[in-house]
Design a protein around this ligand. Sequence first.
Ligand code: BGC
Length: 357
Amino acid sequence: MCRTTQHNETSTTTRSRTVSQWLVFLLVLASTPTLAAESPDAAGTPDAAAQNQRLGRGVNIIGYDPLWKSPAKARFQERHFALIKQAGFSHVRINLHPFRDTKISPDHKLSEAWLATLDWAVQQALANRLLVILDFHEFNALGENPEANKDRFLAFWRQVADRYNGQPSEVLFEILNEPNKKLTPEMWNQWLRQALAIIRQDNPKRTVIIGPASWYSINLLEKLELPEDDRQIIASVHYYNPFAFTHQGAPWTGNRDKVGVSWNCTEPEQQAVLRDLDKAQSWARQHNRPLYLGEFGAYDKGDMTSRVRWISFVARSAEQFGWSWGYWQFDGDFIVYDMKSQKWVEPIRDALIPGSP
Ligand code: BGC
């Protein structure tokens, strides 16, 4: 599963199995039966496990694109949806920052202009046969000051759930990216129920994605309490370990000046990743929930060879566990697509989608 070069996919697939690969194989064998159901419900929405399989491989898009404030300044264009599909991805996760990007009125109404942009993005994704996740991404505001932001958070879901309730099952909702800091695990367990209740009023069958507190950390899954009787939920985690490698040089972390960290896909390195992912898999098995790895990636300041190794290893491991995944992110940073040259960053794209056309 480890890529030793940037471009040669086939050379690695023929390498003999490592201990870690056998470990994944055995773990997958042990975990398969509980996530198997695939029958559509009466209303025709596939169940959560089937929805998760349909999600498959995806990419995070337009969270940091100027298009929300000014469509004329959009980096992301219609053609990029087609390119994403052609490359072999099957979904996009749209990162929504309504507090940043719209003037929300005192009664928390989203602006028509912002909603029109979202309509466009959803339509384009569907037209290109991509599933689309509407990911509420105001995690910083909610983590810093949860109570002050609670009403507009719930108001967001009231409006979005109402606007998109007629959309097909290819549209999924994600209640809140990475709850953190002052939004404690205990609060989050209550808030997610409140938001879900709002969504369920007019979206009884919509597939909803929910992750644990503390930045969707695998270690916090054990504190996540999902409503037992709601089975249209996909659980989500994010993965960026080892952090000193994936976030080297990243200015918003303590690692701005710490670069030169490689990831060599050694046996101990592989096992550290697999131990983490297996912890999530054990939780998923125990709670009978499908898992979506909604973000993983390695920042652009790391060396490309290491990044390709890590991305490829994490993506393939997630797939062997039967998870869907979304790469962080299309452009901006951690890029898999270079907006300047209008070209894929091929080593990253190929690590994500081996044999991508
Ligand atoms: C945040 C980004 C950040 C990324 C990796 C995302 O959830 O929205 O700002 O770059 O995680 O740290």
